[in-house]
Design a protein around this ligand. Structure first.
Ligand SMILES: Nc1ncnc2c1ncn2[C@@H]1O[C@H](COP(=O)(O)OP(=O)(O)O)[C@@H](O)[C@H]1O
Ligand SMILES: Nc1ncnc2c1ncn2[C@@H]1O[C@H](COP(=O)(O)OP(=O)(O)O)[C@@H](O)[C@H]1O
Ligand SMILES: Nc1ncnc2c1ncn2[C@@H]1O[C@H](COP(=O)(O)OP(=O)(O)O)[C@@H](O)[C@H]1O
Ligand SMILES: [Mg+2]
Ligand SMILES: [Mg+2]
Lengths: 295, 112, 112, 112
């Protein structure tokens, strides 16, 4: 279990690192990034949100909402999760996705924990915040699938968002429990057999907020690179929704490569209190998991 | 979808904006306008002579929202913009047939 | 209730306002806008060089009134704002679902 | 008849105007407004200190057109105003009951 805990921490930290590395170039094209930064390999801050170097955005903050809700309730309780999202929105966060805002607003006004199915809900805002649910359900695949969809539908009600959220959770389960790259690849190939849109081959560099583009960007670079830093640098320099592709790639690569591969110079840029809370919550999620409880 | 148009006192803009963000509304457009109403203008001194300015500066706030949110938005603006003195302003609710987000082409409620 | 929106020449604002108050309409909101229409812009001299300004300053007057008054208000504005030359402007009548007076919470025709 | 209201980035006004005139629309009204949305404001230097302005300057373009032209006008504005980056703006379509050309008294589609 020691190895699982180490990988769980580096998954959650990897998420934050990917978010903070990519956010300054969110919405930029690969060419614009090359013109402005050359090859982006440091925490530079700035961007359309005028961030401090190492500052995280909604990707990490919503993941923290989920982890804090699971921590406070000593387990997954959807209304507690929705309440934390609502509190976060009221606090005036640095950025909120349009679909996320619509969903939390619906919860605020109608009290419903899921919105109606909507064609416009195939964004990546639900899949980006999967780390806490993945860690808290380690050891139980069906529970992961159930809670992944529940948390997703507070803001995004779309088959592709559901599918991507469950798949990110499954890959995190496999990586945190030490499975091989080929086992992870086989899981994604199995998904593509059912949902061809998610196939890894034939990637054309689209890194938009559409969850299929997001996941293809992450998986393309994860399987072509041989290290945490190399993977994240490749993903964020693709541009587009760079903080969110960075966050998901960071979580996956963090889980797979483990804590020793997280660059110290990037970790130093994260706010110390944030880093400490992430590590505590990662441990706590694992403690609550069926795997740790021996169920 | 409806457009909620509120004519408010200029110093109330921040309060209205804050109150709307508390209920999850972030997008709005504000315009500086001149108001003529029951609240008469005021006298100003200009180059030593007194003259009546018969209008008062106001701000027009426009917020387009889904139908389900109209009543809430009106209530929130009403509460935030009210001082109880003449000239607090008016809120108009106008029907909107279609909304388009220019960046992405999204239409209808998902463009809000 | 309807909103009567009139785009008029700026120097006509006082006349329009005066004409409306003579038929009992005291409340209105005015906004400085730029007009592009058949009436082309004009040439201005700026630092000795001539350049074309393709827009003309206009004023948008917005008056929300009870249905029964719409025809009268349109007629009054039309007469007061007219010069007979290109660029006199346009009047648009837009439906309004609800009106709220912020100071008192009154709704509907009694808020006008 | 409908009013197409578009909130766009200020530097896009000329392109939008040009694109509309290519489909035969010459009349429009533009207003300088302040936008609050997902795109954050900007920092300005004032007396040497940097401070954040949370709104962004936008332009509101209003074009009243016959029903048959609405879809075309929306499409033209959408294409001309788009940069693909946050803050491109929104287009609202609002019903219009009546249009009057002040100069001639023409009403309905012939006033457009
Ligand atoms: N019928 C109306 N149509 C459009 N705008 C109006 C109307 N009545 C009032 N207003 C706007 O509302 C503002 C406040 O109205 P006013 O009559 O002074 O105060 P109160 O509503 O408190 O009696 C005015 O300055 C004007 O901008
Ligand atoms: N279709 C329209 N939609 C919105 N505003 C318009 C429209 N047509 C004209 N306008 C406004 O009305 C003003 C006067 O119109 P213009 O065409 O110049 O004169 P006229 O109506 O006398 O032919 C313009 O400057 C513009 O502000
Ligand atoms: N619901 C709304 N009602 C009125 N105006 C809005 C609304 N949402 C956005 N706007 C206007 O549109 C502009 C652009 O919106 P923004 O949210 O920044 O970008 P995007 O639509 O690209 O996500 C804002 O600055 C604001 O003026
Ligand atoms: Mg983000
Ligand atoms: Mg993002």
């Amino acid at each position: 279990l020691g190895d699982v805990r180490r990988r769980a921490r580096s998954a959650f930290l990897g998420l934050a690192l990917g978010d903070a590395l990519g956010a300054p170039v969110e919405f930029m094209t690969a060419d614009e990034i090359r013109a402005q930064h050359g090859l982006l390999r440091e925490m530079v801050g700035g961007g359309w949100l005028r961030l401090r170097p190492g500052q995280v955005t909604d990707d990490t903050e919503m993941s923290l909402c989920l982890a804090r809700a699971i921590d406070a309730a000593s387990g997954f309780d959807l209304r507690t999760v929705a309440d934390r999202f609502a509190e976060w929105l009221r606090g005036g966060p640095v950025d909120v996705g349009n679909t996320v805002r619509r969903g939390i607003r619906r919860y605020l006004h109608e009290g419903t924990l899921a919105g109606p199915p909507a064609d416009g809900d195939a964004g990546n805002g639900a899949a980006m915040r999967m780390v806490p649910v993945a860690l808290a359900t380690l050891g139980n695949g069906p529970l992961l699938a159930q809670l992944a969809v529940q948390q997703a539908r507070v803001t995004h009600h779309h088959l592709l968002s559901d599918t991507a959220s469950v798949h990110v959770g499954l890959l995190l389960h496999l990586a945190v429990t030490g499975h091989s790259l080929s086992r992870l690849r086989a899981a994604s190939d199995a998904l593509a057999a059912v949902h061809p849109g998610f196939r890894i081959e034939g990637y054309r560099g689209l890194a938009t907020g559409y969850v299929v583009d997001t996941l293809r960007t992450v998986l393309h670079h994860f399987h072509r690179t041989r290290g945490f830093e190399e993977c994240l640098v490749a993903v964020v320099n693709q541009g587009g929704d760079a903080d969110t592709t960075g966050a998901i790639a960071g979580a996956l690569a963090g889980a797979y490569y483990g804590p020793e591969e997280l660059p110290a110079r990037w970790l130093r840029k994260l706010a110390p209190a944030l880093r400490a809370e992430i590590e505590r919550l990662a441990d706590r999620m694992v403690d609550l998991s069926p795997l740790a409880r021996g169920e | 979808m409806k457009k909620v148009e509120a004519i408010i006192k200029p110093f109330k803009l921040d309060e209205v904006k804050q109150a709307l963000s508390e209920v999850g509304i972030a997008g709005l457009t504000a315009t500086e306008v001149k108001g003529f109403g029951r609240q008469k203008g005021h006298t100003e001194l200009y180059r030593g002579a007194e003259y009546v300015v018969d209008f008062l500066p106001k701000v027009k706030v426009e917020v387009v929202v889904a139908d389900a949110l109209v009543a809430k938005v009106v209530e929130v603006i009403e509460r935030a913009a009210k001082t109880g003195r003449i000239g607090d302003g008016k809120i108009f609710v106008v029907p909107v047939d279609e909304v388009i987000r220019i960046r992405t082409g999204e239409r209808g409620d998902s463009a809000l």
